[in-house]
Design a binder for this molecule. Structure first.
Ligand SMILES: [Zn+2]
Length: 396
Protein backbone atom coordinates (compact mmCIF):
# COMPACT_ATOMS: atom_id res chain seq x y z
CA UNK A 1 0.00 0.00 0.00
CA UNK A 2 1.32 3.43 -1.01
CA UNK A 3 0.83 6.93 0.37
CA UNK A 4 0.88 8.39 -3.13
CA UNK A 5 0.82 6.99 -6.65
CA UNK A 6 2.06 9.02 -9.62
CA UNK A 7 -0.12 7.55 -12.35
CA UNK A 8 1.01 7.28 -15.97
CA UNK A 9 4.28 9.09 -15.51
CA UNK A 10 7.20 8.79 -17.94
CA UNK A 11 10.32 7.25 -16.41
CA UNK A 12 13.08 7.09 -18.98
CA UNK A 13 11.14 6.01 -22.06
CA UNK A 14 8.36 4.07 -20.33
CA UNK A 15 4.95 5.25 -19.17
CA UNK A 16 4.43 3.65 -15.77
CA UNK A 17 3.26 4.26 -12.20
CA UNK A 18 5.46 5.32 -9.30
CA UNK A 19 4.36 4.32 -5.80
CA UNK A 20 5.62 6.38 -2.87
CA UNK A 21 5.65 5.27 0.77
CA UNK A 22 7.19 6.96 3.79
CA UNK A 23 8.80 9.62 1.64
CA UNK A 24 10.59 7.17 -0.65
CA UNK A 25 10.02 5.61 -4.04
CA UNK A 26 8.59 2.21 -3.14
CA UNK A 27 7.76 0.83 -6.59
CA UNK A 28 8.06 1.68 -10.27
CA UNK A 29 5.69 -0.46 -12.31
CA UNK A 30 2.52 -0.12 -14.37
CA UNK A 31 -0.87 -0.72 -12.78
CA UNK A 32 0.13 -0.23 -9.13
CA UNK A 33 -2.52 -0.83 -6.46
CA UNK A 34 -4.06 2.54 -5.50
CA UNK A 35 -6.08 1.31 -2.53
CA UNK A 36 -5.84 3.95 0.19
CA UNK A 37 -3.33 6.03 -1.78
CA UNK A 38 -3.59 9.59 -3.02
CA UNK A 39 -3.28 9.56 -6.81
CA UNK A 40 -1.74 12.20 -9.06
CA UNK A 41 -2.64 11.64 -12.72
CA UNK A 42 0.44 12.65 -14.70
CA UNK A 43 -0.91 12.18 -18.26
CA UNK A 44 2.38 10.82 -19.61
CA UNK A 45 4.41 13.75 -18.23
CA UNK A 46 8.09 13.24 -17.52
CA UNK A 47 9.52 12.36 -14.10
CA UNK A 48 12.78 14.09 -13.12
CA UNK A 49 14.85 13.90 -9.96
CA UNK A 50 14.58 17.04 -7.79
CA UNK A 51 16.69 19.87 -9.19
CA UNK A 52 19.74 20.84 -7.14
CA UNK A 53 20.66 24.51 -6.74
CA UNK A 54 24.27 23.92 -5.70
CA UNK A 55 25.48 27.52 -5.66
CA UNK A 56 23.47 30.56 -4.74
CA UNK A 57 23.45 33.44 -2.23
CA UNK A 58 20.12 33.41 -0.41
CA UNK A 59 21.14 36.34 1.80
CA UNK A 60 21.58 38.76 -1.08
CA UNK A 61 18.41 38.79 -3.17
CA UNK A 62 16.26 41.92 -3.40
CA UNK A 63 13.13 39.95 -4.40
CA UNK A 64 10.02 41.89 -3.42
CA UNK A 65 11.94 44.95 -2.21
CA UNK A 66 12.09 48.40 -3.76
CA UNK A 67 14.16 48.59 -6.95
CA UNK A 68 17.76 49.66 -6.34
CA UNK A 69 19.40 51.25 -9.36
CA UNK A 70 22.72 49.55 -10.13
CA UNK A 71 25.44 52.06 -11.02
CA UNK A 72 28.42 49.82 -10.28
CA UNK A 73 31.45 49.13 -12.44
CA UNK A 74 32.62 45.62 -13.29
CA UNK A 75 35.23 45.24 -10.51
CA UNK A 76 34.45 42.55 -7.92
CA UNK A 77 35.92 44.63 -5.08
CA UNK A 78 33.60 47.52 -5.86
CA UNK A 79 30.57 45.22 -5.81
CA UNK A 80 31.67 43.65 -2.52
CA UNK A 81 32.18 46.96 -0.72
CA UNK A 82 28.96 48.44 -2.09
CA UNK A 83 26.90 45.44 -1.03
CA UNK A 84 28.34 45.24 2.47
CA UNK A 85 27.37 48.86 3.10
CA UNK A 86 24.08 48.90 1.17
CA UNK A 87 22.63 45.87 2.94
CA UNK A 88 22.09 48.03 6.02
CA UNK A 89 21.10 51.18 4.12
CA UNK A 90 18.20 49.45 2.32
CA UNK A 91 17.27 47.19 5.25
CA UNK A 92 18.01 43.87 3.60
CA UNK A 93 16.63 41.28 6.04
CA UNK A 94 18.36 37.99 5.24
CA UNK A 95 15.64 35.86 6.86
CA UNK A 96 12.86 37.47 4.83
CA UNK A 97 14.81 37.66 1.58
CA UNK A 98 16.19 34.14 1.70
CA UNK A 99 12.67 32.83 2.35
CA UNK A 100 11.45 34.59 -0.80
CA UNK A 101 14.13 32.98 -2.91
CA UNK A 102 13.59 29.57 -1.34
CA UNK A 103 9.89 29.67 -2.23
CA UNK A 104 10.80 30.67 -5.79
CA UNK A 105 13.25 27.75 -5.97
CA UNK A 106 10.62 25.29 -4.75
CA UNK A 107 8.20 26.50 -7.42
CA UNK A 108 10.92 25.87 -10.01
CA UNK A 109 11.55 22.33 -8.79
CA UNK A 110 14.64 22.59 -6.63
CA UNK A 111 14.60 20.18 -3.71
CA UNK A 112 18.04 21.10 -2.32
CA UNK A 113 20.04 24.34 -2.13
CA UNK A 114 23.64 25.12 -1.20
CA UNK A 115 23.82 28.80 -0.25
CA UNK A 116 26.95 30.79 0.43
CA UNK A 117 26.17 33.34 3.15
CA UNK A 118 28.23 36.48 3.77
CA UNK A 119 30.17 36.68 6.99
CA UNK A 120 32.13 39.87 7.63
CA UNK A 121 33.22 42.12 10.45
CA UNK A 122 30.60 44.81 9.72
CA UNK A 123 27.46 42.70 9.49
CA UNK A 124 28.79 39.86 11.66
CA UNK A 125 26.61 36.76 11.68
CA UNK A 126 23.34 38.59 10.89
CA UNK A 127 23.01 37.07 7.41
CA UNK A 128 23.98 33.62 8.66
CA UNK A 129 21.35 33.84 11.39
CA UNK A 130 18.74 34.98 8.87
CA UNK A 131 19.40 32.15 6.42
CA UNK A 132 19.55 29.67 9.33
CA UNK A 133 16.06 30.80 10.36
CA UNK A 134 14.87 30.19 6.80
CA UNK A 135 16.49 26.77 6.77
CA UNK A 136 14.56 25.86 9.92
CA UNK A 137 11.33 27.33 8.64
CA UNK A 138 11.37 25.29 5.42
CA UNK A 139 13.18 22.18 6.68
CA UNK A 140 10.20 19.94 5.79
CA UNK A 141 10.09 21.08 2.17
CA UNK A 142 13.70 21.66 1.06
CA UNK A 143 17.26 20.82 2.13
CA UNK A 144 19.50 23.88 2.62
CA UNK A 145 23.27 23.76 3.11
CA UNK A 146 24.94 26.93 4.40
CA UNK A 147 28.46 27.90 3.39
CA UNK A 148 30.21 30.30 5.77
CA UNK A 149 31.47 32.71 3.12
CA UNK A 150 34.10 35.42 3.73
CA UNK A 151 32.78 37.67 0.96
CA UNK A 152 34.75 40.74 2.05
CA UNK A 153 38.04 38.93 2.60
CA UNK A 154 39.46 36.59 5.21
CA UNK A 155 43.13 37.34 5.93
CA UNK A 156 42.73 40.95 4.88
CA UNK A 157 39.83 41.50 7.27
CA UNK A 158 40.88 40.54 10.78
CA UNK A 159 38.17 38.92 12.87
CA UNK A 160 36.46 37.21 9.93
CA UNK A 161 38.01 33.80 10.62
CA UNK A 162 36.71 33.91 14.21
CA UNK A 163 33.22 34.77 12.94
CA UNK A 164 33.36 31.92 10.43
CA UNK A 165 34.36 29.54 13.20
CA UNK A 166 31.42 30.71 15.29
CA UNK A 167 29.09 30.12 12.33
CA UNK A 168 30.49 26.58 11.99
CA UNK A 169 29.80 25.99 15.69
CA UNK A 170 26.25 27.27 15.16
CA UNK A 171 25.51 24.92 12.26
CA UNK A 172 27.13 26.19 9.05
CA UNK A 173 27.74 23.13 6.87
CA UNK A 174 30.62 24.20 4.62
CA UNK A 175 33.75 26.40 4.84
CA UNK A 176 33.82 29.03 2.11
CA UNK A 177 36.70 30.91 0.55
CA UNK A 178 37.24 33.59 -2.08
CA UNK A 179 40.01 34.48 -4.52
CA UNK A 180 43.01 33.93 -2.22
CA UNK A 181 45.32 35.99 -4.47
CA UNK A 182 43.17 38.72 -5.95
CA UNK A 183 41.03 39.54 -2.90
CA UNK A 184 43.24 38.66 0.06
CA UNK A 185 46.64 39.00 -1.69
CA UNK A 186 47.80 36.10 0.49
CA UNK A 187 47.04 32.69 -1.03
CA UNK A 188 48.94 30.72 1.62
CA UNK A 189 47.38 32.59 4.51
CA UNK A 190 43.89 32.37 3.06
CA UNK A 191 43.97 28.69 2.07
CA UNK A 192 45.66 27.57 5.28
CA UNK A 193 42.87 29.23 7.29
CA UNK A 194 40.14 27.67 5.10
CA UNK A 195 41.62 24.17 5.25
CA UNK A 196 42.39 24.42 8.98
CA UNK A 197 38.78 25.38 9.70
CA UNK A 198 37.53 22.51 7.52
CA UNK A 199 39.76 19.95 9.21
CA UNK A 200 39.05 21.22 12.72
CA UNK A 201 35.27 21.16 12.21
CA UNK A 202 35.17 18.18 9.81
CA UNK A 203 33.38 20.20 7.13
CA UNK A 204 33.69 20.31 3.35
CA UNK A 205 35.08 23.32 1.49
CA UNK A 206 33.64 25.43 -1.35
CA UNK A 207 35.91 28.18 -2.68
CA UNK A 208 34.89 30.95 -5.11
CA UNK A 209 37.75 31.19 -7.60
CA UNK A 210 37.29 33.96 -10.18
CA UNK A 211 41.04 34.38 -10.70
CA UNK A 212 41.83 34.06 -14.41
CA UNK A 213 44.53 32.31 -16.42
CA UNK A 214 47.93 31.65 -14.87
CA UNK A 215 46.94 33.26 -11.56
CA UNK A 216 43.92 31.02 -11.16
CA UNK A 217 45.91 27.93 -12.20
CA UNK A 218 48.50 28.79 -9.55
CA UNK A 219 45.81 29.05 -6.87
CA UNK A 220 44.20 25.85 -8.16
CA UNK A 221 47.42 23.92 -7.58
CA UNK A 222 47.66 25.27 -4.02
CA UNK A 223 44.10 24.05 -3.43
CA UNK A 224 44.93 20.62 -4.90
CA UNK A 225 48.09 20.30 -2.75
CA UNK A 226 46.10 20.99 0.41
CA UNK A 227 43.25 18.71 -0.64
CA UNK A 228 45.72 15.84 -1.05
CA UNK A 229 47.70 16.66 2.10
CA UNK A 230 44.58 16.70 4.30
CA UNK A 231 42.95 13.68 2.62
CA UNK A 232 39.95 15.77 1.58
CA UNK A 233 39.17 14.01 -1.71
CA UNK A 234 35.44 14.38 -2.38
CA UNK A 235 35.14 17.23 0.13
CA UNK A 236 36.37 20.25 -1.86
CA UNK A 237 34.54 22.23 -4.53
CA UNK A 238 35.96 25.08 -6.59
CA UNK A 239 33.21 27.40 -7.78
CA UNK A 240 33.46 29.31 -11.08
CA UNK A 241 37.01 28.14 -11.82
CA UNK A 242 37.33 30.66 -14.66
CA UNK A 243 41.03 29.79 -15.02
CA UNK A 244 39.95 26.52 -16.62
CA UNK A 245 38.45 28.51 -19.47
CA UNK A 246 41.91 29.69 -20.52
CA UNK A 247 42.97 29.15 -24.10
CA UNK A 248 45.64 26.55 -23.25
CA UNK A 249 44.46 23.14 -24.40
CA UNK A 250 47.35 21.05 -23.06
CA UNK A 251 47.80 22.98 -19.82
CA UNK A 252 44.09 22.78 -19.04
CA UNK A 253 44.04 19.05 -19.88
CA UNK A 254 46.79 18.40 -17.34
CA UNK A 255 45.04 20.48 -14.71
CA UNK A 256 41.69 18.76 -15.34
CA UNK A 257 43.40 15.40 -14.79
CA UNK A 258 44.97 16.66 -11.55
CA UNK A 259 41.61 17.98 -10.35
CA UNK A 260 39.96 14.63 -11.10
CA UNK A 261 42.76 12.71 -9.34
CA UNK A 262 42.50 14.94 -6.25
CA UNK A 263 38.72 14.40 -6.09
CA UNK A 264 37.94 18.11 -6.30
CA UNK A 265 34.53 19.10 -7.72
CA UNK A 266 33.74 22.10 -9.90
CA UNK A 267 30.78 24.45 -9.96
CA UNK A 268 30.01 26.38 -13.12
CA UNK A 269 27.02 28.62 -13.81
CA UNK A 270 27.95 28.96 -17.49
CA UNK A 271 28.20 32.77 -17.52
CA UNK A 272 28.48 34.49 -20.86
CA UNK A 273 30.94 37.25 -19.95
CA UNK A 274 34.06 35.24 -19.07
CA UNK A 275 35.90 32.10 -20.17
CA UNK A 276 34.40 29.10 -18.35
CA UNK A 277 35.56 25.55 -17.58
CA UNK A 278 34.93 23.25 -20.57
CA UNK A 279 32.00 21.22 -19.28
CA UNK A 280 32.27 18.07 -21.37
CA UNK A 281 36.06 17.88 -21.03
CA UNK A 282 35.74 18.25 -17.24
CA UNK A 283 33.09 15.51 -17.09
CA UNK A 284 35.12 13.26 -19.40
CA UNK A 285 38.13 13.73 -17.10
CA UNK A 286 35.99 12.25 -14.33
CA UNK A 287 35.34 15.45 -12.38
CA UNK A 288 32.08 15.94 -10.50
CA UNK A 289 30.49 19.15 -11.77
CA UNK A 290 27.53 20.96 -10.25
CA UNK A 291 25.81 24.23 -11.09
CA UNK A 292 23.74 27.01 -9.61
CA UNK A 293 22.02 30.33 -10.13
CA UNK A 294 24.66 32.21 -8.11
CA UNK A 295 23.46 35.59 -6.85
CA UNK A 296 20.12 36.62 -8.34
CA UNK A 297 18.28 39.94 -8.46
CA UNK A 298 20.72 41.40 -6.00
CA UNK A 299 23.07 44.35 -5.62
CA UNK A 300 25.57 42.72 -8.02
CA UNK A 301 23.24 42.11 -10.97
CA UNK A 302 19.50 42.22 -11.62
CA UNK A 303 19.14 38.89 -13.45
CA UNK A 304 18.25 35.35 -12.42
CA UNK A 305 15.19 33.24 -11.71
CA UNK A 306 16.42 30.24 -9.65
CA UNK A 307 15.40 27.83 -12.42
CA UNK A 308 17.88 24.95 -12.53
CA UNK A 309 16.19 23.50 -15.62
CA UNK A 310 16.95 26.77 -17.39
CA UNK A 311 20.48 26.58 -15.95
CA UNK A 312 20.94 23.28 -17.81
CA UNK A 313 19.95 25.18 -20.96
CA UNK A 314 22.39 28.01 -20.19
CA UNK A 315 25.20 25.51 -19.55
CA UNK A 316 24.36 23.76 -22.82
CA UNK A 317 24.39 26.97 -24.83
CA UNK A 318 27.57 28.27 -23.18
CA UNK A 319 29.35 24.98 -23.96
CA UNK A 320 27.95 24.65 -27.49
CA UNK A 321 26.06 21.44 -26.68
CA UNK A 322 23.38 20.39 -29.15
CA UNK A 323 23.23 16.58 -29.12
CA UNK A 324 20.53 15.13 -26.85
CA UNK A 325 23.12 13.06 -25.03
CA UNK A 326 25.23 16.17 -24.32
CA UNK A 327 22.25 18.20 -23.07
CA UNK A 328 21.35 15.28 -20.80
CA UNK A 329 24.82 15.60 -19.29
CA UNK A 330 24.23 19.31 -18.61
CA UNK A 331 20.95 18.31 -16.96
CA UNK A 332 22.79 15.71 -14.86
CA UNK A 333 25.11 18.50 -13.64
CA UNK A 334 22.02 20.37 -12.37
CA UNK A 335 20.71 17.26 -10.59
CA UNK A 336 23.07 14.34 -9.86
CA UNK A 337 26.21 16.52 -9.86
CA UNK A 338 24.73 18.88 -7.29
CA UNK A 339 23.46 15.94 -5.22
CA UNK A 340 26.95 14.43 -5.12
CA UNK A 341 28.60 17.72 -4.15
CA UNK A 342 26.02 18.29 -1.40
CA UNK A 343 26.36 14.72 -0.18
CA UNK A 344 22.65 13.98 -0.63
CA UNK A 345 22.01 10.31 0.10
CA UNK A 346 19.45 8.08 -1.63
CA UNK A 347 18.94 10.58 -4.44
CA UNK A 348 17.56 9.73 -7.87
CA UNK A 349 14.86 7.83 -9.71
CA UNK A 350 15.30 4.37 -8.26
CA UNK A 351 13.27 2.28 -5.85
CA UNK A 352 14.43 3.13 -2.33
CA UNK A 353 15.49 6.67 -3.16
CA UNK A 354 13.86 9.61 -1.43
CA UNK A 355 10.85 10.88 -3.38
CA UNK A 356 12.39 14.29 -4.18
CA UNK A 357 10.85 14.55 -7.62
CA UNK A 358 9.64 16.88 -10.36
CA UNK A 359 6.98 16.17 -13.00
CA UNK A 360 6.97 18.25 -16.19
CA UNK A 361 5.46 18.05 -19.66
CA UNK A 362 7.95 16.55 -22.10
CA UNK A 363 8.95 13.35 -23.82
CA UNK A 364 12.52 13.35 -22.58
CA UNK A 365 15.05 15.36 -20.60
CA UNK A 366 16.34 17.27 -23.61
CA UNK A 367 12.85 18.43 -24.54
CA UNK A 368 12.29 19.63 -20.96
CA UNK A 369 15.59 21.56 -21.03
CA UNK A 370 14.63 23.11 -24.36
CA UNK A 371 11.02 24.04 -23.56
CA UNK A 372 11.30 24.82 -19.81
CA UNK A 373 7.74 23.76 -19.00
CA UNK A 374 6.12 24.90 -15.75
CA UNK A 375 6.70 22.37 -13.00
CA UNK A 376 3.46 20.36 -12.91
CA UNK A 377 4.37 18.76 -9.58
CA UNK A 378 7.29 19.12 -7.19
CA UNK A 379 7.62 16.53 -4.43
CA UNK A 380 9.85 16.66 -1.36
CA UNK A 381 10.06 13.39 0.53
CA UNK A 382 6.85 12.34 -1.25
CA UNK A 383 4.89 15.45 -0.27
CA UNK A 384 3.59 17.78 -2.98
CA UNK A 385 5.30 21.15 -2.35
CA UNK A 386 4.54 22.89 -5.66
CA UNK A 387 1.86 22.44 -8.30
CA UNK A 388 1.50 23.96 -11.77
CA UNK A 389 4.44 26.31 -11.23
CA UNK A 390 3.31 27.58 -7.82
CA UNK A 391 4.84 26.70 -4.47
CA UNK A 392 2.42 25.45 -1.83
CA UNK A 393 4.42 27.17 0.91
CA UNK A 394 4.48 30.92 1.40
CA UNK A 395 7.17 33.54 1.83
CA UNK A 396 6.94 36.61 4.07
ZN1 LIG B 1 28.76 32.87 -5.72
Amino acid sequence: MFDLVLSNVRVDKTITDVGISNGRIAAIAPGLDRTGAAVEECDSALLLPGLVEAHTHLDKTLLGMDWVENKLGPEIREKIDNERQMKRVIGLDAARQSARQVVMSIAKGSTAIRSHVDIDTENGLADFEGVSATRNRYSDVIDIDIVAFPQSGLVSRKGTAELMEEALRQGADVVGGLDPCSIDHDPKGHLDLVFDLAVKHAKPIDIHLHEPGELGMFTFRMILERTRAHGLSGKVTVSHAFALGANDYLGISRLLDEIAAAGVALMSTGPSMVPVPPLIRALDAGITVCSGTDGMRDLWAPFGNADMLERAQILSQRNNLSQDIEIERAFDVCTYGGAKVMGLVDYGLTVGAFADLVVVAGRNVTEAVVTLPPRKLVLKRGRVVARDGKALVEAP
